[in-house]
Design a protein around this ligand. Structure first.
Ligand code: H2U
Ligand code: ZN
Length: 344
């Protein structure tokens, strides 16, 4: 039983984290009188005088951005991790453990143009973002165990500025969620002799019910175990462990699938679609045989540009839960494919 068509409550297992998710499809039509968010809107000007990321403008640190063109990366002026090697206090009680957390935080502006989110950039411009990600990942991974590349898009996700940008946090430690994915992929490799996410990409490509878009080198799908309503997982079809290891052809194909996916997201509710997305590549200093590079997209929206999913109550205290099945979500996303709604 694969629970693809069932309307009764069931749980699904996430082999990448070891978590379960409760799926309650029969609950889809319940009424909503709760909070409505303001829909995300696109900025319309190419250069904003008050924007701290626009070319030539002053940042909060007092430093001036150069007149850059294309992606621009700089060290975060308010970094969450620092490179100084001060060590943590020695534990005097196992109840209060801590350890040092050395690292480096950077900000990546996707474009000089304040108004151009990912789906509105050209193929060449997105290729430049992909190669910047790969270069940063390679350079930083020489010094740190894990390089977390991510983007918070939209006010709803806590993004501080509409200028298209992402962040890069490189850490000497392997963060909790990445370590869990590492352990699960390593266990799978030991137990099945295959790369978990490569097997998934192959199987999902054949089944196609959860596929959102697929290209020569990539497949984007709503995972069988997705927690967020329109969560997706972007997988290469090659056995590539890190962004910096992508062959040129797969990197340019990635730019094109990213444009397609982010256009689908914007089209779904005709808004600048908020999400947190990020890349997971194999950390350094571990046996990476079971690893596959991948990106997660976690969008908060549920029903419209103004109604979001809240991860509260049962989710906070017990287990993630969803109403819309991943198969229905994939179908909705597939039907939003095509030209960006703002241009049609
Ligand atoms: P978010 O909008 O995704 O939070 O990212 C903005 C980042 O930019 C944030 O981490 C940094 C913030 O610390 N920043 C600077 O480095 N310089 C500035 O002048 C303002 C914001
Ligand atoms: Zn700007």
């Amino acid at each position: 039983m694969t629970h693809v068509t069932t309307q009764t409550p069931h749980r699904r297992f996430n082999p990448l984290t070891g978590d379960w998710v409760l799926v309650s499809p029969h609950r889809m039509n319940r009424p909503w009188n709760g909070q409505a968010e303001s829909p995300e809107i696109f900025p319309t000007i190419s250069h904003a005088p008050e924007c701290y990321l626009c070319p030539g403008n002053m940042r909060a640190s007092g430093e001036q951005n150069p007149n850059y063109n294309g992606p621009y990366v700089f060290d975060n002026d308010f970094p969450a991790v620092l490179d100084d090697a001060s060590s943590a206090e020695a534990p005097d009680n196992p109840l209060f453990l801590s350890e040092s957390a050395r690292g480096r935080a950077r900000v990546i502006c996707y474009s000089h143009d304040h108004s151009k989110t990912l789906p509105l950039l050209t193929q060449k411009e997105v290729e430049a973002i992909v190669s910047t990600w790969a270069r940063e990942a390679r350079d930083l991974q020489d010094h740190y165990a894990h390089v977390q590349i991510f983007e918070n898009r939209g006010l709803m996700m806590g993004c501080s500025n509409p200028h298209p940008h992402g962040q890069i946090w490189a850490t000497e430690f392997i963060p909790t969620r990445v370590k869990r994915e590492h352990d699960c992929q390593a266990d799978w490799y030991r137990n099945h002799g295959s790369v978990l996410l490569m097997s998934l990409a192959q199987e999902e490509s054949v089944r196609s019910v959860r596929t959102v878009v697929e290209s020569e080198y990539w497949i984007c799908l709503v995972p069988y175990w997705a927690e967020w309503p329109f969560e997706t997982l972007l997988l290469p079809k090659l056995n590539v462990k890190r962004l910096q290891d992508l062959p040129d052809s797969a990197a340019s194909d990635l730019a094109s699938i990213l444009r397609e996916l982010t256009t689908i997201y914007d089209n779904l509710f005709a808004c600048s679609f908020p999400y947190s997305m990020g890349w997971h590549g194999a950390p350094s200093g571990v046996d990476d045989s079971g690893w596959l590079l991948h990106a997660h997209f976690y969008p908060p929206l549920l029903r419209s540009s103004s109604v979001r999913k809240f991860m509260v109550g049962f989710e906070m205290l017990a287990e993630a839960q969803r109403d819309l099945t991943p198969e229905m979500a994939a179908e909705r996303l597939r039907s939003a494919r095509g030209v960006h709604y703002s241009m049609s």
